[in-house]
Write a protein of this length. Structure first.
Lengths: 449, 297
């Protein structure tokens, strides 16, 4: 009997420990929820108070601008307790929160592991269509009329506001080009002749991109090429995978240009295995002369820039002679979660961020452009020259045409197309085979949606 | 003191129940939830899930990339088993039988890659394979074999074979130690007897060493196969990301791409089920092939 009691006692203890473990796991969420409801009940100035959770990706642009904006926001709304979730892997780290329907209030959608398209398809973002109409800038301009590029629309509705205006283009070392007298390309023909000259004189493969991310070439070189050749309509057809778009003549002609670059040995031979940083490093070390990436390049690589290196930026020169350059902006939006716990504060923050002053300071901090018009970048001497020049070029419609894509391409379409593209760039596929592969991928994509 | 039955069972429960609970939570639950999610269309990033029955399995059968990932996986399995076993056996015999003075030093050197993270090994070998600065191409140029130099990891045909070398290099040490342990347990008298009978080193290896360390060899082969099927994903992810043009994707890396890059979590889970089934089948077949009566002299 004594033993029996003893064993029951041990089993009871075991059960207790287990219950303790389980309870400890679940109690976290409860206390968090309680805190949130508690704090939102105590109303502060202007009725905006409580916790405000902001998720932002920290990549090439750094986080100094965010720190400044959030500090200012806290000053204006002292009752709001801002909780920052930030870092280079934040999209992965926050995924479980989104899955369990406990998202942060405000999210800046950028970087690996984030997809605006996916978030909208999953119904995770708040519909901002009506609310955005009422937002005004300091001088009374309506925000919706002051974007450089308008918000992307999904079936006519707006779910995010484009914050960062990035654009992919082609970078070169201006100092090297001036010293050796190389020609800065103005169209595809001059691009080819410039690369031929560099290949001969420098003994290098002139063009590099990250082969581990084939979409760099797709977004950096092909989107502008398609824009120049077929305008917004063609871009939209290709991104939505419309039947026959990828096998159309204009696309084949463009892909012939890529084939030509490959056949004449313009691509870095090892690019197939290069990752993001390696490809950018190759470019800085003069292993190559051209690289298509976004405005993040100088800021991200600032510790590795060799002496005398001077960044030069042109829109990717894939267009035929006599045509203006083409640019397809790549926007990094700010959005509010559909299930935000503190939507009032979230809206206040989003409204707070979109000012021309912050646009100016964004360019100073990051070397990139915020998506607002009439920001005079020449006013500040902290802004690098490539940016003021690029900004000027972008605003000059004779030199540069801006083409807009309806929304980013879905990863389900971008991945197979990128793979085929890599094969083409390595010389294992012809342009004709590529367009067939791409059309096949588009068909699969259409059928799966 | 004689233990009562109750005491005995209490003690057994005390030992087994926590382990079983851990096993259930961390192995059985993920296993079955993986199976469960494979019947859903789910992005893996939200709460919305739609039950679609066997649709993911139909996609799996129709997916043209899947057969290639399976072939790549088994290519790695076969080359790794052959490469690691031959080299590990060679070094183990050399370090135990040949009476080399520096044996302890070599033991440490060969074991060294095993204490390094696979990620570090992957990054290290990415530099070794670098087409411009890497050791491999510079070495070939030094030897006057410039024609052989190529962008190893960036070439659709050469990328996968290039992954074999670091995998073998990283694997030798552990299995060498295992085999050395086996060889050390073989009584010296067998070798003496063999020598008296006039057997040379080579014959001693085939007739004495190999049969007596067979259990260790069997375990090593099984272990290499299982870890490769489940873990080759890491080296692929670090060194090539599955590219160029899917030429190095193994089942695991393709699963990762589908589930976390293309947001097809349900389909990723389906690939996971396939990996489980293939691993089980492979191990069963291997058990059958490697069965061999225990040898005693």
């Amino acid at each position: 009997m004594k033993e029996f009691r003893k064993s029951r006692w041990i089993l009871g203890l075991l059960a207790l420990v287990l219950i303790g473990v389980v309870a400890a796991c679940s109690s976290n969420d409860e206390s968090e929820e309680e805190e949130a409801t508690d704090s939102s009940e105590t109303s502060g100035e202007g009725g905006i108070s409580g916790d405000l959770e902001i998720q932002y990706f920290v990549g090439g642009y750094g986080d100094t601008w965010w720190k400044e904006v959030i500090a200012d926001f806290k000053e204006k709304y002292p009752d709001v307790n801002v909780i920052e979730h930030a870092g280079p892997n934040i999209n992965e780290e926050m995924r479980s929160r989104w899955v369990s329907n406990d998202p942060p209030d405000v999210v800046y959608i950028d970087g690996a592991g984030s997809s605006e398209t996916q978030m909208v398809e999953d119904g995770q973002l708040m519909n901002l269509t009506e609310w955005v109409e009422g937002i005004e800038l300091d001088n009374g301009d309506k925000l919706i009329d002051s974007f450089i590029v308008n918000p992307g629309k999904f079936d006519g509705d707006i779910y995010s506001l484009p914050l960062v205006f990035d654009t992919w283009g082609t970078w070169y070392d201006r100092a090297l080009f001036e010293e050796k007298g190389y020609e800065v390309p103005t169209d595809f023909n001059s691009f080819m002749s410039s690369m031929t000259e560099i290949k001969d004189k420098e003994g290098i493969d002139p063009f590099v991109t990250s082969g581990q991310h084939p979409y760099y070439f797709l977004r950096g070189m092909l989107y502008p090429a398609f824009g120049a050749a077929g305008g917004d309509e063609l871009l939209a057809d290709l991104i939505t995978g419309k039947e026959g778009a990828w096998t159309s003549d204009v696309v084949l002609e463009t892909m012939k240009k890529v084939e030509k670059m490959q056949q004449e040995g313009m691509f870095d031979q090892g690019l197939g295995a290069l990752n993001h940083t390696q490809s950018q490093m190759n470019f800085l070390l003069h292993e190559n002369a051209f690289i298509p990436v976004g405005f993040w390049l100088p800021n991200e690589m600032k510790n590795d820039i060799p002496d005398g290196f001077e960044f030069g930026f042109i829109p990717s020169p894939m267009q035929d002679a006599g045509e203006p350059f083409a640019i397809v902006p790549d926007l990094r939006p700010l959005a509010i979660a559909e299930n935000a716990e503190n939507p009032k504060a979230a809206k206040a923050f989003v409204e707070f961020v979109f000012t021309r002053d912050y646009a100016m300071s964004f360019s100073e901090h990051t070397g990139a452009i915020m998506n607002l018009t009439e920001v005079d970048l020449t006013q500040s001497d902290k802004i690098p020259s490539y940016l003021t020049e690029a900004n000027e070029m972008i605003n000059d419609t004779e030199q540069v045409q801006i083409y807009e894509k309806p929304h980013p391409m879905s990863a389900d379409l971008e991945t197979p197309i990128g793979n085929a593209l890599m094969s083409l760039m390595l010389g294992n596929m012809t342009a004709e085979e590529f367009v067939q592969e791409a059309e096949k991928a588009a068909e699969t994509y259409r059928n799966s949606n | 003191m004689v233990q009562s039955k109750k005491q005995k069972y209490t003690f057994l429960a005390f030992c087994l129940v926590p382990t079983f609970i851990m096993f259930a939570v961390f192995t059985l639950y993920p296993l079955f939830s993986g199976l469960y999610y494979s019947f859903f269309d789910w992005s893996g990033a939200s709460q919305d899930k739609e039950f679609i029955g066997l649709a993911n399995y139909i996609t799996l059968i129709k997916d043209a990339i899947i057969p290639n990932t399976i072939i790549h996986d088994y290519f790695l399995v076969i080359t790794k088993v052959i490469g690691i076993m031959i080299l590990a056996m060679f070094f183990a015999v050399a370090l135990t039988q040949l009476k080399i003075k520096e044996a302890p030093f070599y033991r440490i050197v060969f074991f060294f890659p095993n204490i390094m993270s696979v990620v570090v090994i992957g990054i290290l070998w990415t530099f070794i394979y670098n087409p411009n600065l890497g050791l491999v191409n510079s070495g070939l140029e030094f030897l006057g074999l410039e024609n052989w130099a190529r962008p190893w990891l960036g070439d659709e045909n050469w990328a996968l074979p290039s992954l074999v070398l670091p995998s073998i290099w990283a694997g030798i040490g552990l299995f060498m130690l295992m085999l050395m342990g086996g060889i050390a347990n073989v009584s010296k008298s067998y070798y003496e007897a063999a020598e008296i009978d006039g057997a040379n080193q080579w014959q001693q290896f085939w007739k004495v060493t190999l049969p007596l360390v067979w259990p260790q060899i069997k375990i090593s082969v099984l272990y290499i196969v299982i870890t490769t099927l489940n873990g080759s994903f890491i080296i692929v992810q670090v060194m090539t990301g599955g590219g160029p043009n899917n030429s190095t994707h193994v089942m695991g890396s393709y699963l990762y791409q589908q589930a976390f890059v293309q947001y097809n979590f349900g389909y990723g889970a389906t690939i996971g089920v396939m990996i489980l089934i293939l691993s089980l089948l492979t191990v069963l077949i291997l058990q059958f092939l490697l069965r061999r009566d225990k040898v005693e002299y």
